[in-house]
Ligand binder design. Structure first.
Ligand SMILES: Nc1nc2c(c(=O)[nH]1)N[C@H]1C(S)=C(S)[C@@H](COP(=O)(O)OP(=O)(O)OC[C@H]3O[C@@H](n4cnc5c(=O)[nH]c(N)nc54)[C@H](O)[C@@H]3O)O[C@H]1N2
Ligand SMILES: Nc1nc2c(c(=O)[nH]1)N[C@H]1C(S)=C(S)[C@@H](COP(=O)(O)OP(=O)(O)OC[C@H]3O[C@@H](n4cnc5c(=O)[nH]c(N)nc54)[C@H](O)[C@@H]3O)O[C@H]1N2
Ligand code: SF4
Ligand SMILES: [Mo]
Length: 695
């Protein structure tokens, strides 16, 4: 019997926690938190622990597959890797020849492991890289950029030292980031207060000192009134206001009409409760974190909700301070050299992006573009044809609204490739499936974490692949070899890592001890005066020139949320639970055992009107489309909304465990590909209504 353990990185969700994996006789036997990272407390979340459920799943794609029937019909022929690489490379080559390199696009899931495959696309000469973010945090990112010129990840959340944490549209105890949860719990033991603003009492709310149940879609009203209260009571940090905020006067005038009494009528949150809450915040300032949100692709005004959150943090003086939103350091900030980039092997393509980002929409950040607009360009062949699409670790048919519409938008594609470790609706609809090894069977490129203590971290292979799958770097090496990109052809992970580490002073073996290499000895709290916001004034600009130039108001008057066209319909809302990740863990036997389907939260009074009792199966209908689901009748949700956990309602026979269980929220969003936040770029997923009736 041989036993060993490997320090590596979890891949069950995008948080990418540092983990320790025990291996017995070539099999993964146990997964725990990396013991060298105190905030992990030796533990992982339930999904992290269920990694073996994925690894030993015999229903995931096990060899390359090439479609033989119609798209989506599920008729495949098995192929060797050589065959599959040749097939994809030949078709990519044809597209490139006929329509130019810009006709090739690639999407991924964002995150720190992107350099290699992005370099592949850039090497081909295409600007059309997109990621999932218009379905997730684009509004947050653009809100941060509009105020500070820096992205949302320029600050950390110093939960451990915080005195008051506010969660609005953020459910940290279920939509988990293990280290953040542990740090917040430590802080709460030391007296940190927690306030939750949500449309339902979730697990975070059950631990909160203040819970404010808000009417869905009215968060902007609440936040404007909070700013009104902070300013009228002179609760703001005067020194910070003076030195670091530009446009305070305009803000003060703008919020004058948005009183707590006015807000109460919109939000349902009593003016007194708002005032009391703001007083508590002011007492805890500046060690306050009002989390700007994560999955805030919800409404057509979500960008403004995020903006007001950042503004409130600024007024509390919490930018750049301990217990608030300190600035993170990059390797260069602590006198170290960053990783050498594969992307830098090639010049940035000069072509305009097909989604219009950067030229048609100048206020949006180019990086990951906006996926829904690229899909639209595929459909309309405007501004030019996009004919090949590689969905890498991305499942748009589950993650974007109205999948049938999206399939139509893809009809002009000559090639649709899915690179994935599990079946997904997108993989099933593809022309070629390139099966990726799970995170336990593959290495990734070395990644950088910008943080108070910046670091490099490494994902290692813990066991050899169970099936005929490959690591992502092996897949893109295989394609690069056939597409005239010899610089991206690597034989071993060590060669890959050595390329990245060149000149950094760090060696591969330095990762052995802890799984990561810290680039600073202790947390660095960057001094405010050394830190420059990237705005015209160098301060936080309340009025953003860049956005105003694109016709986006910095201070937008509040508008009430849309009402359902049919009286009695409910706003469809959704979120996550601690037991599943998006739509790709529902076929995991270990997690499905603990939660096999989603249920429909509906308020007791509303259920009573409809004659629906708890646990009863009900119909959910939009236009002519209906699915059934069990009702959870509860006082804990706002009566205007119904709520489900996202990711259920799978209909692929290859997923025998998930098949037919629960409801798919994304199928109840008719017209949803066109309903998005023009200021922030995020899809507005919660601008949809459904009818609920007895089945
Ligand atoms: N209706 C509705 N739509 C939503 C949401 C919602 O709540 N409701 N949530 C939105 C949000 S916040 C997001 S981020 C997107 C997510 O949607 P996507 O961006 O599509 O992401 P995932 O479902 O996490 O993963 C996509 C695919 O990557 C594969 N994969 C390959 N390798 C890996 C790996 O190493 N790790 C992981 N985890 N997966 C891998 C998985 O098998 C899966 O099929 O959906 C968005 N869309
Ligand atoms: N366990 C688990 N953890 C995850 C993920 C996962 O799939 N599973 N996914 C990861 C990803 S990709 C993301 S983006 C994050 C998402 O992290 P979060 O954004 O925190 O997650 P959600 O559960 O989507 O939404 C948060 C809360 O918003 C509430 N909400 C809905 N509508 C409104 C509204 O109008 N106003 C207010 N105030 N609240 C509203 C919901 O009830 C929910 O409690 O989680 C990450 N962590
Ligand atoms: S939060 Fe859970 S699933 Fe996500 S990376 Fe961490 S341990 Fe893995
Ligand atoms: Mo997300």
């Amino acid at each position: 019997m041989t036993n060993s353990s490997v320090l590596t990185v979890c891949g069950m969700c995008t948080v990418r926690c540092p983990i320790k994996v025990q291996v017995k006789n070539g099999q993964v036997s146990f997964i725990e938190g990396n013991p060298h990272v105190p905030a992990m407390k030796g533990a992982v979340c339930p999904r992290g622990a269920a990694g073996t459920g994925l690894l030993y799943d015999n229903e995931r794609p096990q060899t390359p597959l090439i479609r033989v029937g119609e798209r989506g019909e599920g008729k495949w022929r098995k192929a060797s890797w050589d065959e599959a690489f040749d097939y994809v490379a030949e078709r990519l080559g044809q597209v490139k020849e006929e329509y130019g390199a810009r006709a090739i696009s690639l999407s991924d899931r964002g995150g720190p492991f992107r350099d290699f495959h992005r370099a592949f696309l850039r090497g081909l000469g295409s600007p059309n890289y997109i990621n999932h973010d218009s379905s997730c945090a684009r509004n947050v990112q653009h809100a941060a950029l509009s105020l500070t010129g820096k992205g949302r990840k320029a600050v950390a959340y110093d939960f451990k030292n915080s005195k008051h944490v506010v969660l609005q549209l953020r459910n940290i105890f279920e939509s988990v980031n293990v280290q953040e949860v542990n740090n917040l719990m430590d802080a709460m033991e030391k007296g940190c207060k927690l306030s939750v603003i949500d449309i339902r009492s979730n697990i975070s709310a059950s631990k909160a000192h203040n819970f404010m149940k808000i009417r869905p879609g009215t968060d902007y009203a609440f936040n404007l009134a909070v700013i009104n209260e902070i300013i009228s009571k002179r609760f703001f940090d005067k020194k910070f206001e003076n030195q670091y905020i530009e446009g305070f006067k305009e803000l003060e005038q703008f919020v004058e009409v948005y009183t707590p009494e006015w807000s109460e009528k919109e939000t349902g949150i009593p003016a007194d409760q708002l005032r009391n809450f703001v007083k508590q915040l002011a007492e805890a300032a500046p060690s306050v974190i009002w989390h700007p949100g994560w999955m805030v692709a919800r409404y057509t005004d979500s960008f403004y909700v995020c903006r007001t959150i950042y503004i409130i943090n600024a007024l509390m003086g919490s930018y750049g301070v301990k217990g608030g939103l300190p600035f993170v350091s990059k390797p260069g900030d602590v006198g170290r050299k960053g990783l050498k980039k594969f992307m830098d092997l090639y010049p940035k393509p000069e072509e305009k992006r097909a989604d219009g980002v950067g030229w048609k929409y100048k206020h949006f950040q180019e990086g990951p573009g906006l996926a829904h607009l690229l899909f639209e360009a595929m459909e309309k062949e405007d501004p030019y044809p996009v004919k090949a699409y590689i969905a890498f670790r991305h499942d748009p048919l589950m993650g974007f609204p109205e999948p049938e519409r999206l399939k139509k938008m893809w009809e002009n594609l000559d090639l649709l490739v899915s690179v994935t470790f599990s079946w997904s609706d997108t993989a099933w609809h593809s022309d070629v499936v390139l099966p990726m090894s799970t995170y336990l069977e593959r290495e990734s490129v070395i990644a950088t974490k910008n943080a108070l203590k910046p670091q490099f971290f490494m994902r290692k292979r813990t066991v050899e692949p169970c099936y005929d799958t490959k690591a992502d770097w092996e897949i893109f090496s295989g394609l690069a070899k056939r597409m005239g990109l010899p610089e991206l052809v690597f034989e071993t992970a060590e060669d890959l890592w050595n390329f990245q580490l060149e000149g950094t002073g760090v060696k591969i073996e330095h990762f052995d001890a802890k799984g990561m290499v810290s680039l600073a000895d202790k947390p660095v709290y960057l001094n405010f005066d050394d830190y420059k916001f990237k705005t015209p004034s160098g301060k936080i600009d309340i009025i953003s020139e860049k956005f105003e130039d694109s016709g986006i108001a910095s201070l937008k008057p509040y508008e009430s949320p849309n009402k359902p066209k049919k009286q009695g319909d409910f706003r469809l809302t959704f979120g996550r639970c601690a037991l599943h990740t998006q739509g790709h863990t529902v076929n995991n036997p270990m997690l499905s055992d603990q939660m096999s389907e989603n249920v429909l939260w509906i308020h007791t009074d509303e259920a009573q009107k409809l004659g629906i009792s708890d646990g009863e199966v009900v119909n959910v209908t939009q236009n002519d489309y209906t699915e059934t689901i069990k009702a959870k009748v509860t006082d804990l949700i706002h009566p205007e909304a119904v709520f489900v956990i996202h990711g259920f309602g799978h209909r692929l026979e290859v997923e025998s465990i998930a098949f037919g269980k629960g409801l798919a929220d994304n199928k109840f969003m008719a017209g949803g590909m066109d309903i998005w936040d023009k200021a922030g770029g995020g899809i507005a997923y919660q601008e949809h209504f459904v009818t609920v009736s007895k089945a």
